[in-house]
Design a protein around this ligand. Structure first.
Ligand SMILES: Cc1ncc(COP(=O)(O)O)c(C=O)c1O
Length: 417
């Protein structure tokens, strides 16, 4: 048999050990090696293809698991706050504490995981790392466990024990740093070290959620309030951690062309309020917010100032004083950020009442107070953090007895809109 030019024929006498000249033998070894090399390449190609297919299968399955979990979930309630002193303003609280992982961050964690999976950033052996003040980490630990990937939360060491226990309950690990300002770099470093994925809520919160609808929090609020006397809220009030929830609310309001305005409440030790007023993106502070989940030491990428109609700076003592109002009126404990939301809401309601504007205001119960028994509900903790709620309890009592100016400082003008 003659070989065509460029085509080698594999014959038994090419094998080492068969009789032939030295030159031929070298050629045979080269041929053998190149054939083995080709076989190796083909094997490699098959392995890569099979791995890609099995990765895609895994991603498909992970998405299905998350979607099925969503399908089993019910929506959160829109609770009406009974407050007879406001006879023409109705206040509603969207109760996000009833999600399976206890906070509004359940929605975000689901969106962040779906976003990362659909971007090809997480597969079956990717450790997931997050920087968090706790609530997001609890919810993400839940979703990581659902799809079976390891999860590590990087958090300031001041985080509440309840949240740490919850993260561990879902199989997550906790990595502590001294302050909130250190969580970002530590999470990034850990992701590099472990060859993992830094899920980065502070960057991706605003884009992982579908702000046009798809049963996001804004769509749900407008749907649930649609049969109330004031079915388009005059205000929606929210505080900001990533800024993701306020971004979804603000964009949805604009997209649907509602007249509703968005007010964002900021606690002490946070740069959002100053950034909103002076547009300085480089603002930074060292001390972390005492109100867990909200207030940040830097301007977060997900915070969208241009869709916010107004911001309110709320003293921490005022936020915590509001927790007792919620306990009296709802018979339940709420987290600190809900107090911040409520204080800003009561200011707006007072303004509307003074201006004889009738309408509704919606705000959020971000999480439940049982997570904070060691902090906001602990007089010792309040004392050691120099928080005196008494002056605000007094103001709130005055408001309850009908003084609509009670929450404004003497020097503060009521910003009637
Ligand atoms: C308890 C609590 N309230 C409010 C927020 C703020 O939500 P967002 O991150 O969407 O601004 C967070 C965020 O982590 C939170 O944990």
């Amino acid at each position: 048999m003659r070989a065509k030019p460029g085509v080698s024929i594999w014959r038994a006498d090419h094998l080492p050990g068969t009789k032939k000249g030295a030159g031929n033998q070298n050629l045979d070894i080269v041929l053998l090696l190149s054939t083995l090399y080709y076989l190796y390449l083909i094997f490699n190609r098959i392995t890569v293809t099979l791995t890609t297919i099995s990765r895609r299968d895994w991603v498909n399955q992970a998405i299905e698991i998350i979607e099925a979990d969503f399908n089993r979930s019910a929506d959160t309630h829109l609770v009406k706050l009974n407050w007879p002193v406001f006879d023409c303003v109705d206040i509603y609280l969207k109760d996000e504490s009833t999600h399976p992982t206890g906070s509004l961050k359940h929605r975000l964690a689901r969106s962040l995981f779906l976003y990362a999976l659909c971007n090809g950033w997480i597969n079956q052996d990717t450790p997931v790392i997050e920087s968090s003040s706790g609530s997001t980490a609890v919810s993400e630990a839940y979703f990581a466990a659902l799809i079976g990937v390891p999860f590590i939360a990087v958090m300031p060491k001041s985080i509440s024990c309840e949240k740490i226990e919850k993260i561990k309950f879902y199989g997550g690990e906790c990595h502590f740093v001294d302050s909130s300002a250190q969580i970002y770099q530590a999470a990034e470093n850990l992701a590099v070290e472990l060859d993992g994925h830094y899920i980065d809520q502070f960057t991706y919160a605003e884009r992982a959620t579908d702000w046009r609808g798809n049963n996001n929090i804004a769509e749900s609020i407008f749907e649930q309030i649609s049969k109330e006397p004031h079915c388009v809220p005059h205000w929606i009030v929210m505080s900001a951690g990533t800024g993701g929830t306020s971004a979804t609310l603000g964009r949805y309001i604009r997209y649907q062309k509602f007249s509703t305005r968005l007010c964002v409440a900021d606690p002490e030790n946070s740069v959002f309020y100053d950034y909103y007023n002076n547009a300085d993106r480089s603002l930074k502070i060292e001390k972390g917010s005492l109100i867990e989940g909200i207030g940040r030491p830097r301007v977060e990428p997900s915070f969208m100032p241009d869709i916010i109609d107004r911001m309110e700076k709320i003293p921490d003592a005022a936020s915590i004083a509001c927790l007792s109002i919620l306990e009296t009126r709802l018979k339940r404990k709420c987290g600190g950020s809900t107090g911040t939301n409520l204080f800003a809401t009561l200011k707006l309601a007072s303004e509307m009442q003074i201006a004889s504007q009738c309408g509704s205001i919606v705000t959020l119960i971000c999480d439940a107070g049982e997570r904070y028994l060691d902090t906001y509900y602990n007089p010792q903790w309040l004392k050691s953090n120099n928080i005196n709620t008494a002056p605000y309890m007094q103001k709130l009592a005055e408001l309850e007895s009908g003084n609509m100016n009670a929450l404004f400082n003497n020097t503060e003008n009521q910003n009637i809109t």
